[in-house]
Structure formats: structure tokens, C-alpha cells
Design a protein around this ligand. Structure first.
Ligand SMILES: CC(C)(COP(=O)(O)OP(=O)(O)OC[C@H]1O[C@@H](n2cnc3c(N)ncnc32)[C@H](O)[C@@H]1OP(=O)(O)O)[C@@H](O)C(=O)NCCC(=O)NCCS
Length: 197
């Protein structure tokens, strides 16, 4: 008999998670708004290639976003965090929407272009998966990326996710549609790394 994976625990706060020495994932606070706004502004052209929300350009929209992460977690709908290196915001990562009926969630993330190519996001996603399966009792985690996003496809593959197919012309990117690759991993397929900090 398959035992349904019951959500074990939901703390009102998500304690900061250490990813590497000096690097943590933590929930946003209202006081992060200006730093978040500046980081998005710096990375806007590069992020537009693979993310769809870059038309949001005002400080007020950044403020609303940070607020929505705080309220969204309290409502048990999502967990969106900042990635901080020595106290400096360098990216975001999180579960965009928890489906608590089916114990599944989709991961989303982006990183300051200066920090790309050093395995940072693979380490962050690994930590988030550990947390998702263990703390939130998830049974399935999904990752979707457009078909030109080789870095995200590589991350999915490095973490042992299973490619499940491609949704043709599924998402509107400012002036054209893109097709989306879907990956997933199940709790019973996940191997947490014991050597991670
Ligand atoms: C996607 C993103 C988070 C990757 O972050 P990162 O820290 O550089 O990722 P990692 O270094 O952990 O892993 C990326 C892997 O892809 C590989 N890669 C990246 N671009 C590649 C390319 N064009 N061709 C082949 N491999 C590529 C890297 O070599 C690395 O693999 P390796 O560790 O085996 O060398 C970052 O590029 C980003 O923020 N992009 C824009 C926003 C985005 O795409 N968000 C995700 C939407 S689904």
C-alpha cells in the first residue's frame, strides 16, 4: 500500500539555511526591498531571456513582490527566499506554489550574472530539495524551464531529475511564445548529500 506523504510540519518561520561557508538562503524581509530592486535592475536584460516578469520595473512593484513573499509563506502558499553571500543579496530561490493536496511544489530561481558558472544554484537547489522533502513533506518537486535554458536543464540533470516532456509554445515571453521542458523528482528518488554544510 502506498502511504500518503503527510505534511509533517509547517513552522511560521523558515530558519536560514546554510548552503556554503558565508552563503545562506533566507526569507525576505521588508528591509531587503531596495537591495532586491537594485539587483533586478542590474540583471534585467539577462534575466529577460528566461523569466517573464521583467516588465515590473518600479520600486513599488519590488516592494509588493517582497511583501507577497512574506504573506505568501504565512498563507502556506509559497516560499520565496533570497540567496545571500556574506550578507549581500545575489539571487532568489524558492517554491513558487505549494499544492498541499498533492504534496508537490515547483522550484524557481535566478542568480546575479556575476556569480554564474560556479555551481552556486545547483548547491542552492539541492538544499531546497532537502528542505522540501524533509521539512514540508513534499512527495514531488517540479522544475520547468524554456528549451533554450541550458543552465537550468543542466541543473535538473545534475540533481537526477527526470525529464517528463515538452509543452509546445506554452509561455509568452514579451513578444513570442517559448516551449517549456518539464522535469520532476520524487521523494523516493532523492538522495540528500551528507557532506553538504
Ligand atoms: C540558471 C542559473 C540560475 C544558473 O546558475 P549557476 O549558479 O550558474 O548554475 P550552476 O553553475 O549550478 O549550474 C549550471 C550548469 O549549466 C552549465 N551551463 C550553463 N550554460 C551552459 C551552456 N550554454 N551550455 C552548456 N552548459 C551550460 C554550467 O556549466 C553548469 O554545469 P557544470 O556545473 O556541470 O559545469 C543562472 O544562469 C540564471 O539565473 N539565469 C537566468 C535566470 C534563469 O534562467 N532562471 C531559471 C529559470 S527556469
Amino acid at each position: 500500500m502506498i502511504e500518503r506523504n503527510i505534511k509533517k510540519l509547517w513552522e511560521p518561520l523558515f530558519d536560514p539555511v546554510s548552503v556554503r561557508p558565508g552563503m545562506i538562503i533566507r526569507q525576505f524581509e521588508d528591509s531587503d526591498t531596495e537591495e532586491y530592486f537594485a539587483l533586478v535592475k542590474k540583471n534585467r536584460p539577462y534575466l529577460r531571456e528566461h523569466l517573464t516578469w521583467l516588465d515590473q520595473e518600479t520600486l513599488e512593484q519590488a516592494k509588493d513582490f517582497i511583501r507577497s513573499t512574506i504573506l505568501g509563506f504565512r498563507a502556506r502558499k509559497k516560499l520565496i527566499c533570497g540567496i545571500f553571500k556574506n550578507g549581500k543579496l545575489i539571487g532568489t530561490i524558492g517554491f513558487r506554489e505549494f499544492d498541499t493536496m498533492n504534496n508537490l511544489a515547483a522550484v524557481g530561481y535566478w542568480l546575479d550574472c556575476e556569480y554564474q558558472g560556479d555551481g552556486i544554484m545547483t548547491d542552492c537547489v539541492r538544499k531546497l530539495f532537502d528542505y522540501g522533502f524533509d521539512h514540508f513533506g513534499l512527495n514531488r518537486i517540479e522544475l520547468c524551464c524554456d528549451t533554450s535554458n541550458i543552465a537550468s536543464q543542466t541543473i535538473a540533470q545534475k540533481l537526477g531529475m527526470v525529464y517528463e516532456g515538452t509543452q509546445r509554445s506554452a509561455v509568452w515571453f514579451y513578444d513570442h511564445y517559448k516551449s517549456i521542458h518539464g522535469y520532476s523528482i520524487l521523494k523516493n528518488e532523492w538522495n540528500p548529500r551528507s557532506d553538504a554544510p
